[in-house]
Design a protein around this ligand. Structure first.
Ligand code: ASP
Ligand code: MG
Length: 419
């Protein structure tokens, strides 16, 4: 009998009525013959409330106790869904992370899963009992402390459980019906993708699309877990729900996509992130050790640096530009000022009014001229590019935030993604 993992996010379990809707989705798959494990998030808004309570109780709270508090939201929904399923005549039980156990390291608040014991869990679902697992949480076994996996971590729980159970698929139910070529609120002509490759999804998630926690996509890619993003806010018994191909977006191996397409799309999607700040260091001496002197102290301050651009110098001086999350802008500038003695530069400046727009597609590997087309199109709209970075399957542009929508729309139609 094939095993299936179904994950439901906060909006899908926001109240008892939604939970009973979730139970009907589960019933459909049980009737179709699957052995089902369900992973649930806390009711929407719950985790925020719990986080706020911790901060109010003590701004410098103990991270292990923070985990004890914030893990509770999922405990509630897992129990409630099990109760609801049983009321419908479907055998079910709840599982907390520690009961499985889902063992993690001790990085409280953003723990990493080390191992999932699939033995008891698999035995239980194979015997016909739906497992309702509290997402987002695990246990650090040596200290016997609860841990949580970072915000949005239930996605990661679900993919990890699917890998441990060798499930046929991991279905992620959410409040949108799949992954779109870009944010439909910005581009109404955005299309839902039938399929997207792990690598592309990883870029989309890292570069601003908020459908899935980035780590869940990494995990899905490493363990080759076919992950299907679909909506829970539809009639669970609607005929199209039985047809996986029509009901959402499948995130899968590149080969599975190539096999189904006559001609490969060059660009799959456009992502953007407004959470970017640009820092530029002017007239830096161009000599060995300078980059280390700049980025070493930033790393020590735990500031995540993203794009990095440096010029070839003519007169022994160069400019270094990089981006950091908005929230770290002032701190990053201060770190650079403090390191001035070691770096030797004229001044440091920057802006938080910038957006990173990215063009993503595995088809870029085998097509030339993708970037050139974008430069032309952006120039024709009068959009100035502040910095560019590329990889095999993406090109990112840093632009003025005011041009975000225009740039996204321009690129979306340029690469033939408009519906
Ligand atoms: N409830 C947690 C959060 O809000 C985990 C999740 O929903 O994935 O971040
Ligand atoms: Mg989520």
């Amino acid at each position: 009998m094939p095993r299936l993992v179904m994950k439901f996010g906060g909006t899908s379990v926001a109240n008892l009525e939604r939970i009973s809707n979730v139970a009907r989705h589960v019933a459909r798959e049980v009737e179709a013959g699957y052995k089902v494990a369900v992973v649930v998030s806390a009711m929407s808004g719950k985790t925020n409330e719990l986080v706020a309570w911790c901060k109010e109780a003590a701004p410098l709270y103990e991270p292990s106790e923070y985990d004890a508090v914030v893990a509770s939201g999922e405990q509630v929904t897992s129990g409630l869904l099990a109760i609801t399923l049983k009321k419908m005549g479907i055998p079910a039980r709840s599982w907390q992370g520690w009961q499985i156990p889902i063992s993690t390291d001790d990085a409280h608040g953003s723990a990493r899963i080390l191992d999932i014991d699939g033995e008891a869990l698999g035995g239980s679902i194979d015997a016909g009992e739906v497992a309702v697992i509290a997402g987002f949480q695990g246990i650090h076994l040596p200290t016997r402390r609860l841990t949580t996996l970072g915000r949005g971590g239930s996605d990661t729980s679900a993919v990890a459980v699917a890998a441990a159970l060798k499930a046929e698929r991991c279905d992620i139910y959410t409040d949108v019906d799949g992954v779109y070529t870009t944010d439909p609120r910005v581009v109404p002509k955005a299309k839902r993708l039938d399929r997207i490759a792990f690598e592309e999804m990883l870029e989309m998630a890292s570069l601003g699309a908020k459908v899935l926690q980035v780590r869940s996509v990494e995990l899905a890619m490493v363990h080759n877990v076919r992950t299907f993003v679909r909506s829970s806010l539809v009639d669970p018994e609607a005929p199209e729900m039985a047809n996986v191909e029509k009901a959402g977006t499948l995130i899968c191996d590149e080969e599975e996509i190539v096999a189904t397409q006559m001609e490969q799309q060059v660009v799959t999607g456009i992502a953007f992130s407004k959470d970017e700040a640009q820092v530029s260091i002017r007239r830096v001496a161009d000599k060995p050790g300078i980059a280390a002197a700049v980025f070493g102290p930033l790393a020590e301050a735990h500031i995540n640096v993203d794009m990095i651009v440096q010029n070839v110098s003519a007169d022994g001086f160069t400019d270094i530009t990089f981006t950091v999350p908005n929230a770290d802008f002032e701190r990053a500038k201060a770190v650079i000022e403090t390191a001035k003695g070691a770096i030797d530069f004229h001044d440091v400046e920057g802006s938080t009014d910038v957006t990173k727009v990215s063009v993503i597609g595995i088809g870029m590997r085998s097509h030339a001229g993708v970037a050139a087309k974008a430069f032309e199109a952006l120039a024709a709209r009068g959009i100035n590019i502040r910095a560019i970075t590329t990889s095999e399957i993406k090109i990112s542009f840093l632009i003025d935030a005011a041009y975000t929508e225009l740039a996204v729309r321009t690129l979306h139609s340029l690469y033939g993604l408009d519906s």
